[in-house]
Design a protein around this ligand. Structure first.
Ligand code: SF4
Length: 269
């Protein structure tokens, strides 16, 4: 009788293993890419700037602008050569400054930043600025109709700044445009600027101890204007002082987004 465990006949024991699966591509990430730290106050929305508030705790002067250690972050790779932030990742830029900041090293560093953005065409970059009026001074020579992987969000905190910045923004060659009204400091009529191609309008209140109050009806008005224009609207957060039906609410940081979500006034066409 043949030995069923004949070591020279192993085919019966286990099926062959399936060929090993190809390695899965790494999942895209969302990262903050803080190119430089420090900023100069520029308009009304800067009064209670969170960068200044944060630096104050450490005795640091926020007006001193410095390139950060993570300046080359989008190009960083693992030992095997793969990018640490894989293809499809989204980088939020300059959260403790302004990408279009003037009168600092930023004017020098920005060209290098554009080179990195160009090199990572496989990723998306989100730039938020109050200084859109500096656009033509700040773009690279090969900007053309706008880098496809760059979204620019212009911040306008009140009617005056909306009228100053949004009509200018409208005519700029930028592939992806977003309006940001945060901190919202006044009611806004932006209906004349809600042109096709604006991807989204985002609004929110001011945070921090000295936050200026915002009113619910300001957000409802913005939502109505967005709805009329068929443009998405996001009520991002209430801010620390929020007035609804004539009553002032002091809202802790952890609940500001939660309460905005609960309002249920976001709009998607
Ligand atoms: S532009 Fe932004 S980062 Fe700069 S001071 Fe104003 S609020 Fe702060």
């Amino acid at each position: 009788m043949p030995n069923p465990y004949d070591e020279n006949d192993q085919a019966f024991l286990f099926d062959d293993l399936p060929p090993s699966a190809p390695p899965k591509p790494a999942a895209p990430k969302t990262a903050t890419w803080n190119l430089w730290h420090g900023c100069l106050k520029y308009s009304e929305g800067c009064r209670n700037c969170y960068v200044y508030r944060g630096d104050e705790k450490w005795g640091r002067d926020s007006r001193v602008v410095q390139k950060t250690a993570q300046f080359n972050m989008p190009l960083e790779r693992y030992a095997n050569g793969a990018y640490k932030n894989p293809s499809g990742s989204l980088f939020w830029t300059c959260f403790s400054s302004d990408f279009f900041l003037a009168d600092s090293g930023a004017d020098k560093w920005r060209q290098e930043a554009w080179r990195i953005i160009r090199e990572r065409k496989d990723c998306a970059f989100f730039i938020i600025t109050k200084r859109i009026l500096r656009f033509w001074e700040c773009i690279p020579d090969d900007w053309g109709a706008g880098y496809e992987n760059v979204t620019i969000g212009v911040t306008c905190e009140n009617q005056r700044r909306a009228e100053e910045r949004l009509p200018f923004f409208k005519d700029l060659p930028i592939a992806r445009k977003v309006f940001i009204h945060e901190p919202l400091l006044s009611p806004l009529d932006i209906s004349a600027c809600l042109f096709p191609g604006v991807e989204k309008v985002i609004a929110g209140g001011e945070s921090g101890e000295n936050a200026r109050a915002c009113r619910y009806e300001w957000f409802l008005s913005l939502r109505g204007q967005c709805e009329a224009a068929g443009i998405p609207f996001v009520f991002k957060q209430t801010g620390a002082r929020f007035i609804k039906d004539g009553k002032l609410y002091n809202i802790p940081r952890r609940l500001q987004r939660v309460q905005a979500d609960k309002a249920g006034v976001n709009y998607t066409p």
